[in-house]
Design a binder for this molecule. Sequence first.
Ligand code: SF4
Length: 307
Amino acid sequence: MDEPSTALKFLFSDHQRRFQDNIHVYPVISRRSGGLSAGINMNPDKGCNFDCIYCQVDRTPKAMADIQKIHQKVDPDRVIDELSHLIGLLEKNQFFSIPPFDKTPLPQRRLTDISFSGDGEPTMVPEFPEVLEKVLSFFKSRSHEITIRIITNGTGLFKKSVRKKVLDLFAQEDTPETERLPWSIWFKIDAADPQSFDFLDRSGMNFSSYWKNVEETLMEVPVTIQTMVMDYISESRSFHPEGEWKHNMREAMEKLLAGGAKIGQWDLYSVARMPPSPEVRPVSYERLLELSKSFQKSIPVPMHIFP
Ligand code: SF4
C-alpha cells in the first residue's frame, strides 16, 4: 500500500466507535479495506482476553467510569436496528454529508465491508454466532457488494463448536451460490515466541497452549494473518522487530504453511492511532517494506503492508 494522503490519514486515525445513538454499529474509513467499513462493536464493555501493549482502547479507570456494566449481554436485534439505520443513510445518499465523513475522498465513498471488531474480542462474546447469523440474513436480499469480516485475536475460534458454527454460517448453503456474500477472517498473530507474545499481547495464556490452538484452528479456518509491527522504547526495555522477533515469526510461519495452515495472505501493519502507552512507536513504511521483502524470500503467500 502507498503512503496515504493527509485527508485519508486524518480519517484513518479517527476510529470513534460512537455514531449517533448507536452502541454497537459505527462507521470508519478503513485503510486496510480501502473504503467505508461498518464496524460491529460486540464489546461496548471493552472486554478483551488480551491486553495488547499497543491497544488503543482506553481502559484506564477514568475511561471505564462511564461503562455501565462489565460483560453486558449483547442484544442481536439492537445490532440489526443500528445496522439498518446506517445502511439506510447510505442508501438515501445522506451518509457522506455527515462530518467527518464529508471529507472522505471520492474513491473511498463506498461500503466495502461489515467488520466484527471494536473495543474487545468479538469471538469471545456468547451472542457472537447469533449476531453473525442475523447480519448475514440482513444482507441476503440487499444488493450491496460487501465482505463480511471478523477481526479477531483468534481465541474464540479455538473452541471447536464456535469455529464450526462460523464456517457453517459463512457457507450460506441456504443462499444461491451467486448471491453468497464474500467473507474473510483477519486473524491476529503478533508473535511466535513466548517472550514476545507475553510482552506484546499480555494475555496471561500459556504460549505453548496458545500456539497449539493457533495451529489447530488454522488447519480448518481460512484466514488473513494480521501482525502488528512496532517499536517499544523505554528506559527499562526496548523492543524492535528486526531481531529475534523476525527470526521466530519467519520460522513459525514457514512451519504453519508447511503443515497445511489455511493462510491466504499475511499483512504487516503498524500503529496508526496512538495508544495510551507513549513508549509504543510506529515503524516507518520503509522498515515495513524491508521486513515484508525479507519474509517473502521464504513465505509463499501474498503480503501487504499498512504503515
Ligand atoms: S486483542 Fe484487540 S482489543 Fe484486545 S487488547 Fe489486543 S488490540 Fe486491544
